[in-house]
Design a protein around this ligand. Structure first.
Ligand code: 13P
Length: 261
């Protein structure tokens, strides 16, 4: 059984005060509200929040339970040195991060991070105590020209070329986020999201075998909201959701958690 992951990527939103309020509210929901208590008791869902770097400390400090996990939105693969503006894995670990998002479409397309750098980030992360949420997904024109699967397999071939089955099965989380669905309101249909996630699981099966592909968690992201989260998350190969806009409002984030248990 793969545990569902509901992850909120705040992007460049929520200062320290907002992060504190959000996490306190979420903790109270888990502790006192019927739906939150049910989610906590079920043990079926892992909740992750990815604040901007400067709000990580506030989010960690507001955590009371082990129900909320904190992720960073990016990392650099070197351990220290003259890399102005970058943050290392040991710094993330020290700050209280358990996960890090790597290769988000905005890192790939706004900041032009190439596949080979993302591979280095993934490998460095897997050598640390922080776990990676590695993002893949095609752009609209790539989908329109029938190349969506080719793009996904290129991104993954690069990223996991030197990984072993154990690592893929036990440590890796993949997020399929079609670029055309991010922040557009154009959610992928359940069938399209499932088709892509099934494709990713098959790639994992071909390269790493049955055990690894069976336990690999694959998330869908792109215009997820409380109205579509349940059906997306109930697809065979979708093990959770990576949520942008709808994760900024704590009530809608809680609603999404509620819909998937
Ligand atoms: P939206 O949910 O705002 O479309 O963003 C998705 C995303 O990029 C999460 O990483």
């Amino acid at each position: 059984m793969r545990k569902k992951m509901i992850a909120g990527n705040w992007k460049m939103n929520n200062n320290q005060a907002a992060a504190k309020d959000f996490v306190e509210n979420l903790e109270s929901w888990f502790a006192a509200e019927p739906a939150g208590k049910k989610a906590a008791a079920s043990g079926e869902v892992e909740v992750v929040i990815a604040p901007p770097f400067t709000s990580i400390g506030a989010a960690v400090a507001a955590k009371k339970s082990k129900l909320v996990h904190i992720a960073a939105q990016n990392v650099y693969h070197e351990s220290k040195g003259a890399f102005t503006g970058e943050v290392s894995l040991s710094m993330l670990e020290e700050a209280g991060c358990e996960y890090v998002i790597i290769g988000h479409s905005e890192r790939r397309h706004v900041f032009h991070e190439p596949d080979d750098v993302l591979e280095k980030k993934l490998i460095a992360t897997l050598e640390s105590r922080v776990l990676p949420i590695f993002c893949v997904g095609e752009m609209l024109e790539e989908r329109a020209s029938g190349n969506a699967e080719k793009v996904i397999s290129r991104q993954l071939d690069f990223a996991w070329q030197s990984l072993t089955s154990d690592v893929v099965g036990e440590m890796l989380v993949i997020a399929y986020e079609p670029v055309w669905a991010i922040g557009t309101g154009q959610t992928a249909s359940d069938a399209d999201a499932e088709k892509a996630c099934d494709y990713i699981r098959n790639l994992a099966y071909e390269k790493f075998g049955q055990t690894a592909s069976d336990s690999l968690r694959i998330l869908y992201g792109g215009s997820v909201k409380p109205e579509n989260s349940a059906s997306l998350c109930s697809q065979n190969d979708i093990d959770g959701l990576l949520i942008g806009g709808a994760s900024l409002d704590v009530k809608s984030f809680e609603k999404i958690i509620e819909t998937v248990i």
